[in-house]
Design a protein around this ligand. Structure first.
Ligand SMILES: C[S@@+](CC[C@H](N)C(=O)[O-])C[C@H]1O[C@@H](n2cnc3c(N)ncnc32)[C@H](O)[C@@H]1O
Length: 455
């Protein structure tokens, strides 16, 4: 691993050939089989994958699209809400749809605000992704004043005893509990609860059904991730997702193939902000943090049959993929829609409604509209190559209420044309664009870059 010395992880040495195989570009045939099946099963008729283009894999149109058309709704393979964001939004832990009711969302937020609590039970709100280079931003700052609302009101909002005006127009799915009995995960339906259990959560649940020593180990792992970087929670999900599908090296390779991206090896974090003389030390610190996180995870769910999956090299690859690809999960808040609706009412109705809603809005503060935010890996979006003059973009519409990635055509796209998105702010000047794209391991040579490149 570059200039920072030998890996502290014994598994890296013990299983070097298997790890190399796991981290190598998947054979074309496996990749093709995987993506063809994904596109077929999810009925993504409008797109197809291209292999062996000048930037590796890419996504092409399988039909003509007009400007504004929906190109793709991509379901995440693995994702998680940011720890801190759990204070602001209660969402389904599988599909990330808001759940409960508008009253419950407001009551829950005011309740936690009144405790001044963070999600792991300590008394301070801390920022996830606190190390430099983390892609996880720090939202969840509340500037409201929950003490202005009596505790009884907060409790009756949470318990469903109090109804706010016109919330029947903003119905949310009711809350389904975790089958393992933990209070960390909640769902919008039994099918989401079951899918989450089968895909990841059966190995990560800290509920009463989990054996006590494993439960304690999991709690330690989760606490460490909450205190350092919650990207570790998503990485753990990627590992459990692979584990639950794989009981042999071959199966493990096939599953892991869906998570493979070029250029992500061993880059623990963005290098751009760091003075090169400090870089080795910095990278070592990040690696040590990840190693500790991995040890805690191993204490909880190690499976000797899939030992290479618990190597630091593999953990680093997964973290690198999430950090560098900046795969944001965003779901707009129905609480925002609700207050906008109240604000848009005819004056007399508005005045009446605001007698009840006004104090709650004041108590929530400016951040009343915070969306659900997290990190996710979207299997097809992540096959889209970059252009500084893209023909598509990720853009949620009003009707998109869950954690899917939604890709919309920015201009007409013809059948067989490559679909490109911009990984960065494409309006930045040429030099800044190239600097940011260097983190992704390439220099952009799109038409716009060719035109703007200084001679
Ligand atoms: C999210 S992946 C896109 C899919 C990728 N081509 C593949 O084969 O899986 C991002 C990686 O694709 C390559 N890539 C994407 N857009 C590119 C571009 N405009 N020029 C050069 N390489 C690009 C880079 O290796 C980048 O790190």
């Amino acid at each position: 691993m570059g200039g920072i010395g030998t890996s502290p992880c014994d598994l890296d040495r013990q299983f070097a050939p298997q790890i190399a195989q796991l981290l190598a570009a998947p054979p074309l045939q496996s990749a093709q089989e995987y993506y063809d099946e994904l596109i077929r099963s999810k009925k993504h008729d409008g797109i197809k994958l291209s292999y062996g283009g000048k930037h590796g894999k890419g996504v092409c149109a399988n039909k003509d699209f007009a400007e504004g058309d929906l190109v793709l709704k991509d379901q995440m393979l693995v994702g998680a809400q940011h720890s801190l964001n759990k204070i602001d939004c209660v969402v389904c832990s599988y599909c990330f749809r808001f759940i409960g009711s508008i009253e419950f969302q407001i009551g829950h937020r005011l309740y936690l605000q009144s405790l001044g609590a963070s999600v792991d039970g300590t008394n301070e709100r801390h920022c996830h992704g606190s190390h430099a280079g983390s892609s996880t931003g720090c939202s969840g700052a509340t500037n409201g004043n929950s003490s202005a609302v009596p505790q009884e009101v907060i409790m009756s909002l949470m318990d469903g005893d109090m109804s706010l005006p016109l919330t029947d127009q903003f119905c949310l799915p009711s809350v389904v509990a975790c089958p393992g009995g933990c209070e960390e995960q909640v769902y919008c339906s039994q099918s989401c609860a079951d899918s989450d259990w089968d895909s990841y959560h059966s190995l990560l649940c800290t509920g009463s059904k989990t054996e006590p020593s494993r439960k304690a180990a999991l709690q330690k792992f989760i606490r460490h991730a909450n205190e350092t970087n919650d990207i570790f929670l998503v990485a753990a999900k990627a590992i459990t997702f692979t584990l639950l599908r794989s009981k042999s090296m071959k199966l493990m390779n096939q599953t892991f193939c869906s998570l493979w991206k070029p250029g992500n090896h061993f880059q623990w974090a963005s290098k751009r902000d760091i003075d090169s003389s400090e870089e080795d030390l910095f990278r070592q610190q990040i690696r040590d943090l990840a190693f500790l996180s991995l040890q805690l995870l191993k204490d909880a769910i190690f499976d000797p049959e899939c030992a290479p999956l618990f190597s630091l090299d593999v953990y680093g690859h997964i973290i690198g993929m999430f950090e560098l690809n900046n795969l944001d999960l965003v779901v707009a808040s129905p609480v925002e829609d609700y207050f906008i609706h109240i604000d848009d009412l005819p004056e007399s109705e508005k005045e009446e409604a605001e007698k009840v809603t006004g104090p709650l809005l004041d108590a929530l503060g400016e951040d009343y509209s915070i969306p659900c935010e997290g990190t996710a890996f979207f299997p097809l979006q992540s096959c889209m190559n970059h252009s500084c003059c893209p023909n598509a973009k990720a853009f949620k519409r009003d009707e998109d209420k869950d954690g899917h990635a939604v890709i919309i055509a920015l201009k007409p796209i013809s059948k067989d044309e490559e679909i490109t998105i911009s990984y960065i702010d494409e309006d930045l000047p040429y030099e800044e664009r190239q600097e940011q794209l260097a983190d992704y391991g390439f220099t952009c040579t799109c038409l716009k870059c060719q035109e703007e490149r200084p001679v």
